[in-house]
Design a protein around this ligand. Structure first.
Ligand code: FE
Ligand code: FE
Ligand code: MG
Length: 190
């Protein structure tokens, strides 16, 4: 009887996990074997490949968010904002390229299926307002940068055995911190 109640209890606990599985992001997707080729034998390398693909998803979504934001932004200081948004979009694309090189060196593959970008991403994509309101666009991108900064700070604690990667993460983190500062500066003037 006690075993039965215990089993019943476990099943009840598992129901929300099964239902909301799709919403439980990054941590659970680390278990996703996709994009890690069978030739990768080290457990640590596999983990790094999966983390780097989360970062690549974030970078591409950030790239698009900046790119499309620059096309529609309006309001006073729009010209100043466009300059910054375009520059940041290019930085995010460069970050994605840096991270991809490390993934390939480790024996993994960068995300191949476009639909996986939003599934694997840790920071997600924030849809810009149709109005192109400058304040909202800046705030959304600042939120994205804060998420990226948190992610890369955490990633830095996990890549000590990967010297070249660690150096690149430090460079990327500095860029993200600069992005947050630049956007905040414009937002304070709007
Ligand atoms: Fe970036
Ligand atoms: Fe950034
Ligand atoms: Mg900038």
């Amino acid at each position: 009887m006690r075993v039965q109640s215990l089993l019943f209890f476990i099943i009840i606990l598992l129901i929300p996990v099964i239902i909301f599985r799709k919403n439980i992001k990054s941590k659970f997707f680390l278990k996703n074997k996709k994009y890690v080729l069978t030739k990768v034998v080290s457990h640590s390398d596999k983990k790094i490949i999966k983390l780097l693909n989360i970062a690549i998803a974030d970078e591409w979504l950030a790239y698009y968010q900046y790119w499309v934001g620059a096309k529609i932004v309006n309001g006073n200081l729009a010209q100043e904002a466009i300059k910054e948004l375009v520059q940041h979009a290019n930085d995010e694309k460069r970050h994605a390229e840096m991270l991809t090189e490390h993934i390939i060196k480790l024996g993994g593959l960068p995300i191949l299926d476009f639909a996986d970008l939003q599934i694997i991403s840790g920071c997600g994509y924030i849809v810009p307002p149709m109005s192109g309101d400058i304040k909202t666009i800046l705030e959304q991108n600042i939120e994205g940068e804060r998420c990226a900064i948190k992610f890369y700070k955490d990633l830095l604690t996990q890549v000590q055995d990967y010297t070249e990667l660690e150096k690149d993460i430090v460079i990327i983190l500095k860029d993200e911190e600069e992005h947050e500062r630049d956007l905040t500066e414009i937002l304070n003037k709007v």
